[in-house]
Design a protein. Sequence first.
Length: 195
Amino acid sequence: MSKIFVDQVDPKTATTLTLGTSGDTISIPSGVTIANAGTATGFGVAGTNSFLARNTANQSLSDATDTKVVFNTEDYDPDGVFDLSNNKFTAPAAGKYFIYGKAKGSSSTVNTVQGAVMLIYVNGSAKYNIENFGAGIVSGTRVLMQAYGLEVSVGLDLSASDYVELYAAVDNDGGSSQLQAGDGYSIFFGGYRIA
């Protein structure tokens, strides 16, 4: 094996410097530090494209209707992947993403909630949902609730420009229902790229 000792290698003007050929392995020995001050693409994507959005205000839900959950603040979104004005995450590149959402809600009338569900929509269509509560039977009597909790999480294989939204629905037998912001951390939607 031969060595070349240089301080800098540059390609010709307006060209690309290529290291190796398909099938080759570029080895970086232990103790070597790679310092990147430019743009890294094609590797090291896990944990990127992260976001966390919250709603600090209550949101009304229509009965037995999928309602898009809205958000009014972001805790973080370093890559600008969440559109706060349209309440949706857009994948900047093809890959696998972990998406999650949570909310708590209640009815204005005691013991009227028959069921509640949180849904992940991809490109405008419901894809995944978790029904967190359904009416039960105790001693032959149907039991309804006033308060409910909702959460959903899923890994998604997305193409560039696919968009993801969070929806909620409640079957309310009388009264009205709403998602409750509580301390400002009770309604949230987040995600990040995993591969």
